[in-house]
Design a protein around this ligand. Structure first.
Ligand SMILES: Cc1cc2nc3c(=O)[nH]c(=O)nc-3n(C[C@H](O)[C@H](O)[C@H](O)COP(=O)(O)OP(=O)(O)OC[C@H]3O[C@@H](n4cnc5c(N)ncnc54)[C@H](O)[C@@H]3O)c2cc1C
Length: 406
């Protein structure tokens, strides 16, 4: 029997799968990305692409701060600036109570040694965001934050990963995973991955193709698996014995017609669902986590216009000058949500050689550069210095079988 030719199968061709593949490829691993639809089909292609450490939970803050440094050098990682601009992220207070909460957070952060957030008064807020409504009384700001272009980011990560020899297989859903000796046997849609896809000619590893009546499937045997399957990651985790309860988000977005430049930072409001920014093309991109209706089995989600109108109302409250503009497009995107809103990043609990990266709960775009690097540390060196300690899967699993056995 031949031995596996790929070292790592990455399940999911979103940004986290691509980032893991890129870092692993650079570290000399032979990587295949298995993507059920196409690269960027789900959350990564629907993202607002805010690059934010502002208001991050302490459980992921150190990791996010390292990722922010990587964003400021993103060209050196993927050979493109990904449309990243660091015009700052601002969280606006409309009432004194909100401003007090922001001040408390900043002073708590300062007490812990963090200096990336600051408070600005109404005058400074208006200097930075002239179009803001006069009722806003102050804000917190992370000046080195910003936003990127999600599609440019996807293209750059894809290109860079492929340049390291990573094979990307689209239209290739993973159906089942089983332990085979020290390896994992992955049953997937489509024909076996061939050497041609890596520039050779023969079928790779222990791949076997067959037809089960629901289309052709094949198997791929690898020692390492990365589970970056986004909203469906819980299903992949369950295939290898990790039962991790997950909820599903279907965050919605609004895009307006093009306007003359009116705002540079990304603006949110304390206590309300809003994220408001202007793209390089002049369109306003308005989100903030308002929820549509997810349907995991149909692999889609539905926009709820009534709910979305609350986001439009928050935007016009904050920026009265956009009251009469036209909305040209709305959409929603699927993503996994954890109970504590922190992602799962790290080794599987019950499956040696399997690593999870999911559950970003609406804020995983910013973490893309660093999480792939952390997973690569774990796979290549067996440990990482990166701050993923609070992000283990075990925290979400009620009674891990290992503990029951002990
Ligand atoms: C509307 C919206 C706005 C957002 N705004 C921001 C923001 O401003 N800032 C921020 O930091 N984050 C934001 N996020 C979150 C961020 O976009 C996500 O955290 C991130 O893109 C997740 O990337 P991913 O690779 O984990 O998942 P995805 O991009 O969803 O990729 C997972 C992939 O796995 C594939 N897959 C699933 N099951 C299988 C299977 N069985 N076999 C093979 N492939 C499979 C799917 O087809 C999918 O392509 C937003 C998300 C949405 C939806």
């Amino acid at each position: 029997m031949t031995s596996a030719v790929f070292d790592v199968a990455v399940i999911g061709g979103g940004l986290h799968g691509l980032s893991a593949a890129l870092h692993l490829g650079r570290a000399g691993q032979r990587v295949v990305v298995l993507e059920r639809a196409w690269v960027g089909r789900h959350a990564s292609g629907a993202s607002a692409a805010g690059v934010r450490t502002l208001n991050r939970d302490l459980g992921e803050l150190d990791l996010a701060l390292e990722s922010m440094e990587m964003w400021h050098n993103i060209g050196s990682l993927v050979g493109d600036d990904c449309g990243f601009h660091a015009h700052g992220q601002i969280c606006v207070a409309e009432q004194p109570g909100s401003l007090s909460k922001l001040k408390e957070r900043v002073s708590r952060l300062n007490g812990l040694g963090y200096t990336h957030e600051a408070i600005i008064d109404a005058r400074e807020l208006r200097r930075r965001v002239p179009a803001i409504s006069p009722h806003c009384i102050g804000a917190s700001i992370a000046p080195d934050n910003g936003a990127a272009d999600p599609h440019r980011t996807l293209a750059a990560f894809r290109r860079s990963a492929q340049a390291t020899g990573v094979v990307i297989r689209e239209g290739c859903g993973v159906r089942n995973i089983e332990r085979r000796g020290q390896d994992w046997s992955i049953e997937m849609d489509g024909a076996a991955v061939t050497d041609g896809e890596r520039g050779g000619g023969q079928a790779l590893g222990r791949d076997q193709s067959r037809d089960h009546g629901h289309g052709q499937t094949s198997t791929l045997v690898v020692p390492f698996v990365v589970n970056a399957a986004g909203a469906w990651s819980g299903r992949i985790a369950a295939m290898v014995g990790d039962d991790i309860p997950l909820d599903t988000k279907a965050s919605m977005m609004i895009v307006s017609e093009r306007l003359a430049p009116m705002i540079e930072p990304v603006v949110s409001i304390m206590g309300r669902s809003l994220s408001f920014k202007q793209s390089d093309q002049g369109t306003l991109v308005i989100g903030g986590g308002l929820q549509g209706i997810p349907d995991l089995d149909a692999e889609t989600s539905v926009v709820r216009m009534g709910v979305l109108s609350k986001g439009a109302r928050a935007a016009t409250d904050l920026f009265p000058c956009v009251r009469d503009i036209r909305i040209v497009r709305v959409w929603s995107g699927l993503e996994a949500k954890t109970e504590d809103l922190l992602p799962v990043v790290g080794a599987a609990v019950n499956a040696p050689g399997v690593f999870h990266a999911f559950g970003y709960s609406g804020h995983g775009f910013q973490l893309v550069p660093v999480v792939g690097a952390a997973l690569t540390d774990l796979i290549v060196s067996g440990s990482t210095r990166r701050a993923i300690g609070a992000l283990n899967a075990r925290r979400l699993m009620a009674t891990p079988p290992a503990e029951v056995a002990a």
